[in-house]
Design a protein around this ligand. Sequence first.
Ligand code: PLP
Length: 382
Amino acid sequence: MNRIYADHNATTPVAPEVMAAMFPFYANHFGNASSVHREGREARAAIDDARMRLAGLLGAQESEIVFTSGGTESDNHAVFGVVGATAGRKRHVITSCIEHHAVMHACQHLEQAGTCDVTWLPADGDGLVNPDDLLRALRPETVLVSIMSANNETGTIQPVRELAGICRQHGVPFHTDAVQSFGKVPVAVNTWEIDLMSVSAHKFYGPKGTGALYVRRGTNIDPMLFGGAHENERRAGTENTAGIVGMVKAAELAAGKLEAESMRMYQLTERLAAGIEHEIEGAHRNGHPRLRVPNTVNYSFEGCSFEGLLLGLDLEGIAASSGSACAVGSLEPSHVLTAMGVSRELARAAVRFSFGAGNTDEDVERILVALRIVVGRLRSFG
Ligand code: PLP
């Protein structure tokens, strides 16, 4: 029986068109974009073209795009880069309790090193951050606010525009980790009024190890990597030409089918949610049922453990996830779910299904059948 891959928030397969766009930059146009010869100039032209196209998709200027090695680097760069650029004065950062580890651990590091105070905004039972809490937390010494646009575990979408608007009014740079929203919902840096934004190619059918950080013109930010003058002296290191070309191709493909795919994803996840609620007792939905990226649905099943659920589903041919790939192997329940007030027991019984291009209605039916079997079996073990 064919396997069902329902873990697209962890990563996606590279689209064939993306592979085709990347291949020439490994085989023929392999030059170093900093070299003056023709091979180098070919690579430089491809990167310049990719930068222009990505800027166009984001409603940004080319000089505002920094190509990186992915979401983690973009997040770290935003946090450490903006805080680093304000050295020599008292500093305060605001983030939320439900961030991805790439932002959370960066902020914890700053806090533990005594570099700055950090305020951790709470989330409500649906995983939403309250803009009033942000307003109250701002201080004269606040140098950065970082709040993700969509959560990787629950899919809940934050009121980014409102949060960013508050920061704009107070002259504080606002960063959003858009790794899970880019390619799934419309993202435009000017509509959202954000100053910094992270994206990662492998979440939207591009290659792993490639991402971008949007940095609004005029934002003070230190480089993350020091060395050559690449990326406007913001990120040293020979550019990953093939990765950059592939990411931008993937971004264009995603933009082209955004509306149709989000509708299809929404229908698949709603169908799964309705089936779970109808057929499985003791199932609790995690995350906002409507304010969410369309492909993601997360449920806790009473009396089960996520390890048992995931292994059971895997044996039934279904790849799902507990939420954060980084949390696998850790005995701690998800920090996102516990911050939302989910009990430790239910947080350890959570499964995330994140659909993508290859999923169909039939997959939903097969997942429901498998869930009934696996949940029933786990509960019978007591
Ligand atoms: N931010 C979020 C919300 C994510 O979901 C992820 C990956 O799971 C990352 C950041 C890290 O991205 P990358 O895997 O490209 O380092």
